[in-house]
Design a binder for this molecule. Structure first.
Ligand code: SF4
Length: 406
């Protein structure tokens, strides 16, 4: 049985950022202990009710399929104490088992970590830290209503290194209102001066219901300029290329840390590769999504509703738990489409023809004769040593290629 990945959603933040539409809540920190207990219960419940064969672990307990990556996302997972993260990892070991060398990532806000906390996370097995940097400019951080400063980022990276993290990823946002190319380059270069192992860059997206969306709607802020954002992306891609990073996914670059997944010693994120390869993952916690055993599902979004459902107890049927609010079977044709859309995001790896054939019993050209003809005629994709990849110029218009597989 191929290994799975496990996502844990931690829906707590001390304040809400102006652009954020994630499933996260400020002022609910008193719910954290009950929430962690429910997470552990949900994990053990789903693991214990794994589809056959139920696999006996080394300790004689029932285990679901073993995991090779775990990702604490949010929200702000660094609001959890070391003991709370340890309780969740223990439940994963009980329910599923963790393969040796598993990647265990925890997202952290630079202002919410110190050396003692990071040493504690490292001690219990967390081995990858993802820090939300977003910008190095105080004005931009204020506009985003982030609760940290760039000096906090520097301190967090230094503390992470001191605590023994050899895989540190930094996230930045571009295309902000009033942001210039010069300011964006400064942010990126300052982030790169911290020698990250991995970098994720996202264009600002104005989401309905966020304060920033309202400010733009009322004319208080200019609309983000998509052409300028494309220019920022292109400049960033060349700076990262000059810096020796591998652009392995549209928004992600891996440095040479030797501690990650992917080509050679590049530090690609194993957990996210699982999504892009359309391989199974389980999501636990409020609003978490999962995909396993041919089912896609989403848990109820409210943290207190989640705790209530898990406490009520009944309704485990791998991969779903009593917290699932929405589920659908994924037919084979949809799985094939999704494998193409997700796999083409991987710029180096693309979609592997032999893996596709092994999985679906049919080659890519045979499965998608019309879309493939169109993509090749328009020069949007190319074959390279048995892998179908986006061409370089297509990265900017990748959605045109993806929509052929919808
Ligand atoms: S810290 Fe992250 S999850 Fe929390 S409000 Fe800000 S952007 Fe959203």
């Amino acid at each position: 049985m191929s290994p799975i990945s496990i996502y844990l959603h931690i829906p707590f933040c001390t304040t809400r950022c102006a652009y954020c539409d994630f499933n996260t809540y400020a002022g609910l920190e008193n719910l954290i202990p009950a929430y962690v207990a429910s997470l552990a219960k949900e994990i053990r419940g789903v693991g214990g009710y794994s589809v056959p064969p139920r696999m006996p672990g080394a300790d004689g307990k029932a285990h679901g399929p073993s995991a090779h990556s775990v990702y604490f996302g949010g929200g702000t997972p660094s609001l959890l104490s070391v003991d709370q993260v340890a309780q969740i990892l223990e439940a994963i070991r009980d329910g599923f088992g963790l393969l040796p060398g598993s990647e265990i990532t925890l997202e952290a806000n630079p202002g919410s970590v110190d050396l003692a906390l990071l040493e504690g996370y490292r001690r219990i097995g967390v081995n990858r830290l993802s820090l939300g940097v977003q910008s190095s400019h105080p004005g931009e951080l204020r506009l985003l209503e982030r609760g940290h400063t760039f000096p906090d980022v520097i301190q967090a990276v230094l503390a992470a290194r001191k605590a023994g993290f050899t895989n540190v990823s930094l996230d930045l946002i571009f295309g902000l209102p009033y942001q210039t190319i010069t300011a964006w380059k400064e942010s990126l270069l300052r982030a790169l001066s911290l020698d990250p192992d991995h970098v994720s860059l996202y264009a600002l997206s104005l989401e309905f219901g966020t304060p920033m969306h309202a400010w733009v709607g009322r004319g208080l802020l200019p609309e983000p300029d998509p052409d300028l954002a494309a220019e920022m992306y292109a400049r960033a891609a060349s700076l990262l290329d000059e810096g020796g990073f591998q652009h392995y996914e549209i928004s992600n670059w891996a440095g040479r840390s030797g501690s990650g997944e992917g080509n050679g010693s590049f530090a690609a994120c194993r957990h996210n590769l699982q999504y892009w390869r359309n391989r199974p993952y389980l999501g636990f916690g409020a609003g978490a999504h999962g995909y396993a055993a041919g089912v896609r599902y989403a848990n109820v979004r409210s943290p207190s509703g989640y705790v209530r459902r898990i406490e009520a107890g009944a309704g485990y049927n791998y991969p779903v738990s009593p917290a699932v609010a929405d589920q659908r079977d994924v037919p084979l044709s949809t799985e094939m489409n999704e494998t193409m859309m997700l796999g083409l995001r991987l710029l180096d790896e693309g979609v592997d023809e032999s893996a596709f054939k092994e999985r679906f019993g049919v080659g890519i050209e045979e499965a998608f004769p019309k879309p493939m003809k169109r993509l090749q005629e328009d020069g949007l994709v190319r074959w390279d040593e048995g892998h179908l990849r986006l061409t370089e110029s297509t990265i900017f218009i990748a959605n045109q290629a993806f929509c052929l597989f919808v």
